[in-house]
Ligand binder design. Structure first.
Ligand code: ADP
Ligand code: ZN
Ligand code: ZN
Length: 725
């Protein structure tokens, strides 16, 4: 047997037992990064060529042969391969799992392929037969219009098309066509001069020796224009760019701006695209016809080469932390890519995360501050309203007197308002006022949520539906009470107060479907509504010039969340929502309703005092030894069977306990327990929870955990998880 070369292959099976390099012989030319079909065990599998070499330590007759390449180009470029090695080692996950991050899922599963269409084109100028008027018409049409879609042509001219093909007058050609997910999203690009502050920021990014730049600019300071300028500069240098935003489908203005400015050079990757569209966008990036990858977290793995700049907008956003394996931190991956390419990584936010800001303060990152809005527009005034007093005065509605006055003003003057609340559904929990019983999910041990459209209770963790209660199952009382206010109730109350106002509601219930968010926001932007009521998603970076009033209905809700970052989250949320007000000529107002008006977080947020908030918060973290002064590590163990989970827990805990005993001084906390939610989707959940002062122990923890081979249980490590439920 003659073989030209040997390939090192990772088989695309995400199991630690096969997580190693296999040598295969290959008798056709192939490059590293190519997906290949290989014999594996008694069947066939897909694999990735990691390296091509001349010889193997295995005897040639023992090597199996690669069947074929899956594509005629390497799906993974050299940088992706290098990055994959680092990530696999850092998070101790099988290489196959890491490599999958770089590919659209559709490519692996083979469910979506390219779309092809057949085009018809005129090849000879021969005159049509006299007695064939359809053929004559078809030829005339092609002469006039050039090439045409064969299917359409057949609808117009029927059998004449095939007759012409037979005669050789018309040629058919099957060609790949790319789906365009943003047809109809148009905008007009009007170049405008940067403000002095913006150009100074652009210059600083170009000049600093540091790889990472934190752009700390108040809402409305023009950060977007800075990003786009940096991206345009990268393109001019012949390079590519990565532009990450928390949720691209939430920001229609951003989409049309990008389309207008960069046209088809921008590929937009997001969860709202169909499988086929995502596949095509990926493909355009891989082949280089698109040079800017725009999208959420996963766009950091976009297959572009020669990256000139990486931008992460709203860097503090929780969505940048992956919550499924591999549990990577987007910032870490972005740093690796920036270093590999020798380019800048620009992080932007009005409310940087405490950790990022500390790194900037300490000199690791370049810090650029934009303290003013564009054209020195004032930030809106934030008024804190004590809701306890409203209740004492007999106002049981979700709106304080001040907010009502604000809304009336706003409606009278033809401006727009946004009302923000921290929840979804009609009401949050259902409880018995006599005995305190709370309706909970049988599988998940979390409180159920009442949904009035369907008059049922739903579990938000597993989606199970329950009948609405009419009496308490514990004590029989009929005093069933809905705690909390949902968007729907707010809309109901608004309609009663302002019957002629046009109201839009946006939350997870109203925005399912592909373009749900986009449609609602577009309507609001087009002035088809006066008031937008919504949850977290109305807080994101929208720019609605007519909004002059923002009402935060329950500012303290997120303060009571069991998470060391709840203060930080609340500050970010309040600042972000407030920032939607008064972005154009007219000054904006913000009414912040709370049952805790003295709270320092709310006070700093109302005063736009990020520095004050940061100093206070970092002192608290240092005193309590929370990140960034310590690292919280949780090892999760889940299984369908309680016994299997416990068995795995015992082994994990045993191993970690040895580590704990050897390094007790580096642990602030170490214990095993049920996870706060004992079951989710029928899976039993346990955890070993740790708080560490020493970074180096992280390695050891990964070592210990990856040495465990649990039966029927999933075991994984989470670093500073954003959700400890
Ligand atoms: P940020 O992202 O910092 O919240 P934006 O980028 O949304 O701020 O900018 C705020 C507003 O200022 C937007 O309406 C934007 O169109 C406008 N803007 C930004 N840069 C300029 C500029 N150089 N000249 C005029 N208007 C600008
Ligand atoms: Zn009861
Ligand atoms: Zn459930």
């Amino acid at each position: 047997m003659h073989t030209d070369m040997i390939c090192e292959v990772i088989v695309d099976i995400a199991h630690s037992d096969v997580d190693k390099i296999f040598d295969y012989a290959c008798d056709f030319p192939v490059e590293a990064g190519t997906r290949v079909a290989v014999p594996f065990g008694r069947s066939a599998a897909t694999g990735f060529v990691m390296r091509v070499k001349d010889s193997s330590d295995y005897p040639a007759e023992k090597l199996k042969k690669i069947y074929r390449a899956e594509e005629d180009f390497p799906a993974l470029n050299a940088e992706c391969l290098a990055l994959a090695h680092t990530i696999a080692a850092r998070y101790r996950v099988p290489m196959a799992l890491v490599l999958r991050l770089f590919l659209p899922a559709e490519m692996r599963t083979g469910k979506v392929g390219e779309t092809y269409r057949t085009f018809a084109r005129l090849v000879s100028d021969m005159p049509p037969a006299k007695n064939a008027p359809q053929q004559a018409a078809c030829l005339a049409f092609l002469k006039e219009n050039g090439e045409a879609d064969a299917a359409i042509l057949r609808k117009m001219f029927g059998a004449a098309v095939n007759a012409l093909v037979k005669k050789g007058a018309v040629a058919l050609e099957r060609r790949r066509v790319l789906r365009d997910p943003y047809r109809g999203v148009e905008g007009e690009y009007r170049p405008r001069a940067l403000t002095p502050a913006q150009s100074a920021a652009v210059t600083r990014v170009g000049e600093t020796q540091k790889t990472v730049v934190l752009l700390h600019g108040v809402t409305g300071s023009g950060k977007t224009e800075i990003y786009l300028t940096l991206i345009a500069q990268a393109l001019e240098r012949g390079q590519t760019a990565l532009f990450l935003v928390p949720e691209i489908s939430l920001t229609p203005q951003m989409l049309s701006q990008l389309r207008a400015r960069f046209g088809s050079a921008a590929a937009i990757l997001h969860s709202g695209l169909s499988a086929g569209e995502r596949f095509d966008e990926w493909h355009r990036l891989r082949e280089g016809t698109a040079r800017i990858a725009i999208g959420a977290r996963s766009a950091i793995f976009a297959p572009v080469e020669n990256v000139g700049v990486i931008v992460i907008d709203e860097e503090h956003d929780g969505s940048y932390l992956s919550e499924s394996s591999p549990r990577y931190n987007t910032l870490d991956v972005a740093c690796l890519r920036a270093e590999y390419n020798g380019c800048k990584l620009v992080l932007g936010s009005a409310t940087p995360s405490v950790e990022t800001y500390r790194r900037a303060k300490e000199g690791e990152f370049e810090l650029i501050t934009l303290p003013d809005r564009i054209n020195a527009r004032p930030l809106p005034d934030v008024r804190i309203v004590d809701m306890r007093r409203e209740v004492r005065r007999g106002n049981a509605s979700p709106f304080s007197v001040a907010l009502r006055e604000g809304l009336e003003n706003c409606l009278r003057e033809g401006q727009q308002a946004i009302l923000f609340l921290n929840r979804r559904g009609f009401a949050q929990t259902v409880l018995c006022r006599d005995c305190g019983y709370v309706a909970k999910c049988e599988h998940c041990d979390v409180a159920l949520t009442y949904h009035s459209e369907e008059n049922c209770l739903k579990c938000h963790y597993c989606g199970t539906r329950y009948k609405m209660l009419t009496a308490c199952p514990e004590c029989g009382s009929a005093h069933i009470y809905y705690a909390g206010t949902g968007t729907q109730r707010v809309v109901g109350e608004l309609k009663k107060l302002y019957p002629s106002a046009r109201i839009l509601r946006m939350d997870n219930d109203t925005t399912s479907g592909k373009e749900g968010h986009y449609r609602i926001l577009k309507k609001f932007a087009d002035r088809e509504a006066d008031i937008l009521v919504g949850t977290q998603m109305v807080a994101k970076g929208h720019d609605f010039p007519l909004v002059t009033l923002v009402g935060i209905l329950d500012a303290d809700m997120s303060l009571h969340f069991p998470d060391y970052r709840s203060g930080e989250r609340t500050f970010q949320l309040v600042t972000q929502v407030a920032g939607r007000s008064g972005r154009a000529e007219k000054k904006g107002d913000v009414i912040l309703q709370t049952y805790d008006p003295e709270n320092y977080i709310l006070r700093f947020a109302a005063a736009y005092d990020y520095e004050g908030f940061y100093r206070h918060e970092i002192a608290l973290r240092a005193a309590a030894m929370f990140p960034p002064f310590a690292r919280i590590v949780r090892v999760m163990i889940t299984s369908d069977k309680d016994a299997d989970a416990l068995e795995a827990l015992r082994e994990v805990y045993g191993r970690l306990q040895k580590l704990y005993e050897a390094h007790t001084g580096d642990f602030l906390f170490f214990n095993r327990m049920h996870a706060p939610i004992k079951r989710i989707q029928g899976k039993f959940r346990y955890q070993v929870l740790m708080r560490l002062t020493a970074e180096k122990l992280l390695e050891n923890i990964y070592d210990e955990v990856s040495a465990v081979r649990p039966k029927n249980a999933l075991v994984y490590v989470e670093e500073n998880p954003s959700n400890l439920s």
